[in-house]
Design a protein around this ligand. Structure first.
Ligand SMILES: [Mn+2]
Length: 142
């Protein structure tokens, strides 16, 4: 199993390739706010663990294993964003909160959260009821 940090890289590489067709070390560094040398180090590890193939001057491609996991990680991220949206978390907090929790839930929990999301998508009346409970709250400075 990939570590949380490896998951962040695989997820980001997968989405870069989806959106731009390629993922360069510099793009990954920029998106993950890390130094390019850290990216190179991690990419070498991901290559060794067979999530991707890295060729210094030609960039990198995900292996079938890397693609499968990348897709799952991206779907997990999207699912958790939907979930936080449904339970009324403010739009501006959602991305960071998902980044904070996504690596720490079991796939079992992810599946059950998926049921909740599906339930509210299929039952707009229940969703409206839930939203009726969600009042705006002020939080201390974070
Ligand atoms: Mn994520």
């Amino acid at each position: 199993m990939p570590t949380p940090s490896m998951e962040d890289y695989i997820e980001k590489i997968y989405s870069l390739i989806e959106n731009k067709g390629y993922a360069r070390v510099s793009d990954i560094a920029e998106e993950l706010l890390v130094h390019p040398s850290s990216v190179t180090k991690m990419v070498q590890k991901l290559d060794k663990d067979e999530y991707l193939v890295y060729e210094k001057y030609r960039g990198l491609i995900l292996t079938p294993k890397g693609k499968t996991i990348g897709k799952r990680l991206l779907e997990r991220h999207a699912l958790l964003e939907s979930f936080l949206g449904i339970i009324g978390v403010e739009e501006t907090r959602i991305y960071e909160d998902v980044e904070g929790i996504e690596h720490h839930l079991s796939w079992n929990s992810i599946d059950r959260i998926g049921d909740v999301v599906q339930f509210f998508e299929e039952n707009p009346d229940a969703l409206a009821k839930l939203q009726g409970m969600q009042h705006v709250t002020r939080y201390p400075e974070e």
